[in-house]
Design a protein around this ligand. Structure first.
Ligand code: G1P
Length: 352
């Protein structure tokens, strides 16, 4: 069984964060999202992993993965983002006729993906598709299921046939390549994996729909990143490897090596990453402060503060914030009493 992680997307809904880096390398609960994908594949016994990257995402994804242990990683270049089925076609040579897990690199699964691999290995289906019940299925692929078998799949339907969304993990046998070969692009101009799976079904092949266990998150929007951060932090093992002075650590708090916390309160679940500084501050529940970041004279709650970002003397508590790599939120003295903003394209600021 091989694994194919897709990490070539543009992540348009996460702009401005994705102007400068691909979504799978954004940190959630201290780790790039793609690390969780790799761990889940390894835990499911998958040792040969291909990662589909684009010319834009390649360098960042490779840097974020560094020296991966416990798996052999191959990078596969998708020159143009033309859809999930197109990514599989691009990887055809590397995949050969082996069965494989297709794993969308921005998806998170609380309990991993082993059940899907096992269901496939038990024999029979041409594909296994992970399904999750969601409130608004219109933004996903949606399945119509009978007795564990998928009858119909529709991509982002106006009128969903059920509340069962296609979660970002699929297991395929080699038959999928044949249907992808003569697939037509969809109305949005992409080669859809949902269309390819529908063709398998139409050809009389069994496609199994298996509900996920635990939570599942597609980290498409900033709100999803924050929610994923909350869910992952809730399970961290508390530890203190940094320097903590005149401070209170409450609940599940991780202080990584080289972090400094002074005259502050850190209320868990929270993570203060390596080399960061928290001084005269409150870092509240469900907050991850990234490597080398600084929080001084400020309060931050339910937020992600990325690598080397700086938050200094902000008079109002920051909440539900995603502060990008190296971004600065500070206050200044004197007149005029005005907000001074330098924001990248598609940035969002809500002033309370
Ligand atoms: C893709 C798939 C969709 C699936 C979703 C899960 O959509 O096309 O069927 O439900 O991933 O994350 P995307 O998020 O790429 O628009």
């Amino acid at each position: 069984m091989k694994g194919l992680i897709l990490a070539a997307g543009r992540g348009t809904r996460l702009r401005p964060l994705t102007h400068t880096r691909p979504k799978p390398v954004i940190r959630v609960a201290g780790r790039p999202i793609i690390h969780y994908a790799l761990d889940n594949l390894k835990d499911a016994g998958v040792r040969e992993i291909g990662i589909v990257v684009s010319p834009d995402t390649r360098t960042d994804v490779q840097a974020a993965l560094g020296g991966v242990e416990g798996a052999r990683v191959t990078y596969i270049l998708q020159e143009q983002p033309q859809g999930l089925a197109h990514a599989v076609r691009v990887a055809r040579g590397w995949l050969g006729d082996d069965p494989f897990v297709l794993y969308l690199g921005d998806n998170l699964f609380e309990r991993g993906i082993a059940p899907f691999v096992q269901a496939f290995d038990r024999g029979g289906p041409a594909a296994v598709v992970a399904l999750a019940r969601v409130e608004d299925p219109r933004q996903f692929g949606v399945a119509e299921v009978a007795g564990g078998r998928i009858l119909r799949l529709v991509e982002k339907p106006e009128r969903p046939p059920s509340d069962l969304a296609v979660a970002g993990v699929y297991v395929f046998g080699p038959r999928i390549h044949r249907v992808i070969e003569d697939l037509e692009p969809s109305a949005r101009g992409e080669y859809e994996i949902t269309d390819a799976i529908q063709r398998l079904i139409d050809g009389g092949h069994e496609v199994q729909g298996l509900p996920i266990e635990g939570w599942w998150k597609d980290t498409g929007r900033a709100e999803d990143l924050l929610d994923a951060n909350r869910l992952l932090l809730a399970n961290v093992e508390p530890k203190n490897e940094g320097r903590v002075e005149e401070s209170r650590l409450i609940g599940r708090v991780v202080i990584e090596a080289g972090a400094v916390v002074r005259r502050s309160t850190v209320m868990g679940p929270a993570l203060i990453a390596a080399g960061s500084r928290v001084e005269d501050a409150f870092v509240g529940p469900f907050t991850a402060v990234g490597p080398g970041a600084e929080v001084r004279g400020s309060e931050v709650e339910y937020s992600i503060v990325a690598d080397r970002a700086v938050i200094e003397n902000v008079p109002t508590r920051l909440q539900e914030c995603v502060i990008g790599v190296g971004a600065r939120v500070t206050s200044r003295e004197g007149l005029p009493r005005a907000h001074r903003l330098v924001l990248g394209d598609a940035s969002r600021v809500e002033i309370g």
